[in-house]
Design a protein around this ligand. Sequence first.
Ligand code: FAQ
Length: 315
Amino acid sequence: MSTQEKSKEQKLAEFEARINRGEKVEPGDWMPEEYRKTLIRMIGQHAHSEIVGQLPEGKWIPYAPGFRRKLTLVAKVQDEAGHGQLLYRAAETLGKPREEMLEELLAGKAKYANVFNYPTPTWADVGVIGWLVDTAAVINQTMLAQTSYGPYARAMKRICYEESFHIKQGYDAAVALAKGTPEQRAMVQDSVNRWWYPTLMMSGPPESMSVHTSLSMRWKIKTKSNEQVRQEFVDLIVPQIRALGLDVPDKDCHFDKSTDHWHYTQPDWEELKRVVNGDGPMNKERLAVRRKAHEDGRWVREALAAKGRAKAVAA
Ligand code: FAQ
């Protein structure tokens, strides 16, 4: 029987059997519409996060303390732009043009990671974003490297490799401050205090509030729940924070022998909703900077498109 003659139920059963055998789904394969939509949503949001994620740290490039720190920060921010491009490309394989995704971002209709809507008032924020935020991102992305959609899984492998360097860059900057003067220690502690809860929120709401987790796990788009990913992050990062002589800004954070995990206080999930829906401390500024960058780059896109057209005529 040809694929066209099969009923939707048969196609779905075969699709799920393939996923359960651990096979990857590739762009031309049959897939349920909901699978396609979920991936476009997630990969699009992920791409936007990489692009907007350049801004909080990027603003520190001119003020980085020393040439070596400036070079590594430039390289990191540039990597994030590359990750955005890889991810837009992966979403395009599902039939969504990149221009449409960018329009949605600039119109304020698309979500991107909550963390990038918070300010970065001190140099310590560059260290703490690389250390905490990139660690949370890599834990999630290592899980996503196992996703059932081939192009997303392959993009994740490459991205995780680069993000691991970003963690080292951030940790190194944070350690220098933690071992520095009392003022520098206070600065890095203040930064950990401000980034702790936003970073916990980054892994998404708990299962009782998560809209998409059950279907995403059934189709192995995600292979772990948001809570599992967050717990992995907490278990890894709490001992690191304590080892630097810094405090976790949660009085109730303790190692629970009965679960073999670090216990932590849940973040304010209403804050997450507000921030991802456009009402965080920096949403308006982030989008204004992106819109300006998009306008400033218009002539480059137009020149490249004209060059492409001229080549096609000459051929
Ligand atoms: N931020 O039903 P769920 C990086 C939304 S990359 C914003 O649980 P899901 C690199 C969610 O979209 C960081 N929105 O959703 C870097 C949904 O809204 P919708 C980005 C959030 O998809 C580092 C609704 O709430 N990584 O940082 C967030 O199953 C340093 C209900 O939530 C990715 O995007 C949030 N934190 O799980 C760059 C990874 N949490 O669409 C520069 C891919 C939830 O129904 C510097 N994405 N929402 O309107 C994912 O893994 C998942 O999409 C989750 C959410 C885990 C974010």
